[in-house]
Design a protein around this ligand. Structure first.
Ligand SMILES: [Ca+2]
Ligand SMILES: [Ca+2]
Length: 142
């Protein structure tokens, strides 16, 4: 824990300074300030992530997002997707993204959604960010 220590001096302004009272007019005390850690929200390694995924199949690991606690406590992070109807899922522990149903590039070529990172055992406001997995075009065989 960072500690700051300094000395304060209190000096009396004497109206009449005599040899008897001049020494008792000053007193000092030591002040120690300890700097405490404030709980800050987790930080993502990037402000946004872009991944590509092939359409028409369920992909288990498209890519991962990463957030860490900037505090000394290094709390465990829990990930979730904010969009209720997202065709993607996220592993709450690893941040790995998967598709929950096959995507159709002709229907929607880009999916953008927000991922939330929240520290376990923390009531603080979580931090969100934008996600952009791009479904890649699947080449049809003959
Ligand atoms: Ca924190
Ligand atoms: Ca902190």
């Amino acid at each position: 824990m960072p500690v700051h220590t300094f000395t304060v001096e209190v000096r009396e302004e004497l109206a009449v300074r005599t040899p008897e009272n001049s020494r008792s007019a000053i007193t000092t005390a030591t002040v120690t300030i300890k700097v405490l850690d404030v709980d800050e929200p987790p930080m993502f390694s990037q402000p946004s992530y872009t991944f590509t995924v092939l359409e028409e199949r369920v992909v288990q690991n498209i890519g991962s997002v990463l957030a860490t606690d900037p505090d000394k406590a290094k709390n465990v992070i829990r990930y979730s997707i904010l969009d209720q109807d997202s065709p993607f899922s996220i592993n709450p522990r690893t941040g790995a993204l998967s598709t929950v149903r096959p995507l159709d590039r002709e229907l929607e070529a880009t999916h953008m959604f927000q991922v939330k990172a929240q520290e376990d055992g923390s009531g603080e406001s979580p931090r969100g960010l934008t996600q952009e997995p791009h479904p890649g075009d699947l080449t049809q065989g003959p």
